[in-house]
Design a protein around this ligand. Structure first.
Ligand SMILES: NC(=O)c1ccc[n+]([C@@H]2O[C@H](COP(=O)([O-])OP(=O)(O)OC[C@H]3O[C@@H](n4cnc5c(N)ncnc54)[C@H](O)[C@@H]3O)[C@@H](O)[C@H]2O)c1
Length: 356
């Protein structure tokens, strides 16, 4: 097997694009949206937050020309000549979409509402107003995932027969105050990325099974650890195991996605999740048949989940608006299925907890 140097991630050359207007100026916009758009040369023309001081601060840090006093003002001045980038908590998404103009384009931060019912409401609103919207399930576009997909499409891994996500880290949930008192935490806000990724790679599962568990030292939070199994028939094992409460130093922290096929395998270390939010280095290891037996090799990654993957989710909306694709890959229609699986996972966990 020759060199696999062509398996690489490069920031896409996006070309002429209309400006992005951001609604919500919180942590994820500062840490990922704006750095990603800066890297890809995507212009940001304005920002709004119900806490105007947050919008003002980010406008200064990222040289955003306009801070709006309201969504109405933003819409009145820009209409459909932009892409609306919504990054507010899931429970507030519908009220924001109601204020957007019809026939416009939008990217919505995940989760698509706090449950399947809210997701269906968001989908219906987008359809009624003919808003072409996508959801920011951006792990699909993380550099190392795009590299794994490239290997899959070239047949280098053969047929997938095992997909495993393993997370054993300490996640500082207190960074997201809105999670305190929220009825759902881990699957809805974290493992949702993996459920979405598995769907994106393998298609719809026949079923989903889960148990999600609370932690005795995190009494103000709902379940923060999960075991999820997705059913892809007799020959494909899909397993998501997350423990975010490993508060015992870095020594045994670990986070990876492993994809095994009939011809080869890839193991991606999710460095971002370890020692969060500083993270440690990611890695991309692979093994393919035809090489030296059991010799794992590494490839450079040229980017990470944060912020590079956020280019991919916005690029889908840009391509749809430019008419290059009919519908974003991460469309609200597609992502509704991820929300449906999240709902089924919580139902499965609830039923699992019932006495035999
Ligand atoms: N895709 C990812 O990987 C990822 C990562 C982190 C957070 N998120 C999601 O992004 C969303 C925001 O997370 P965050 O970490 O930035 O939270 P945050 O609390 O730091 O920011 C949310 C911001 O939204 C503003 N806001 C609330 N309602 C609003 C409204 N109606 N109009 C305008 N602004 C409003 C708040 O004032 C706040 O500044 C959450 O839904 C979260 O799940 C996604």
């Amino acid at each position: 097997m020759g060199s696999l140097e062509h398996i690489r991630f490069d920031i896409p050359v996006i070309g002429q694009i209309c400006p992005v207007l951001i609604i919500g100026a919180g942590g994820i916009v500062e840490g990922a949206h704006l750095p990603a758009y800066r890297l890809a040369g995507i212009p940001v023309a304005g920002i709004f937050d119900i806490d105007i001081s947050k919008a003002r601060r980010l406008s200064t840090v990222f040289a955003i020309p306009c801070v709006y006093d309201s969504i109405q003002q933003m819409v009145a001045e820009n209409g459909c000549n932009c892409i609306y980038d919504i990054a507010v908590p899931g429970s507030r998404i519908a009220e924001v979409i109601r204020q957007l103009p019809g026939n416009s384009y939008a990217l919505i931060q995940k989760p698509m509402g706090e449950n399947e019912e809210q997701a269906a409401q968001i989908l219906q609103l987008c359809r009624q107003k003919n808003i072409a919207a996508g959801v920011n399930f951006q792990l699909r576009y993380a550099p190392y995932i795009l590299m794994a997909k490239q290997m899959l499409s070239e047949g280098l891994l053969g047929d997938i027969c095992d997909l495993e996500v393993y997370v054993n880290v300490y996640t500082p949930w207190h960074l997201w105050r809105f999670l305190y008192g929220a009825p759902r935490v881990e699957i809805l806000y974290h493992s949702i990325h993996y459920i979405d990724l598995v769907r994106n790679i393998l298609g719809e599962p026949a079923g989903i099974f889960a148990q999600t568990t609370r932690h005795p030292l995190m009494m103000q939070l709902a379940a923060v650890r999960s075991n999820i199994i997705m059913d892809y028939g007799d020959f494909v094992r899909v397993n998501i195991s997350t423990n975010h409460t490993h508060d015992f130093g870095m020594h045994n922290q670990d986070a990876y996605i492993k994809i095994e096929g009939t011809k080869g395998a890839v193991k991606i270390k999710l460095g971002l999740l370890m020692n969060y939010p500083d993270g440690v280095e990611d890695s991309f290891e692979y093994i393919v048949s035809g090489g030296h037996p059991y010799e794992w090799k590494k490839l450079p990654i040229n980017g990470s989940w944060f912020p590079h993957a956020f280019i991919g989710s916005m690029y889908e909306i840009i391509k749809a608006r430019q008419g290059i694709i009919a519908r974003p890959d991460n469309s609200v229609e597609d992502c509704m299925n991820t929300m449906r699986l999240v709902e089924l996972a919580y139902n499965a966990s609830f039923n699992f907890s019932k006495p035999l």
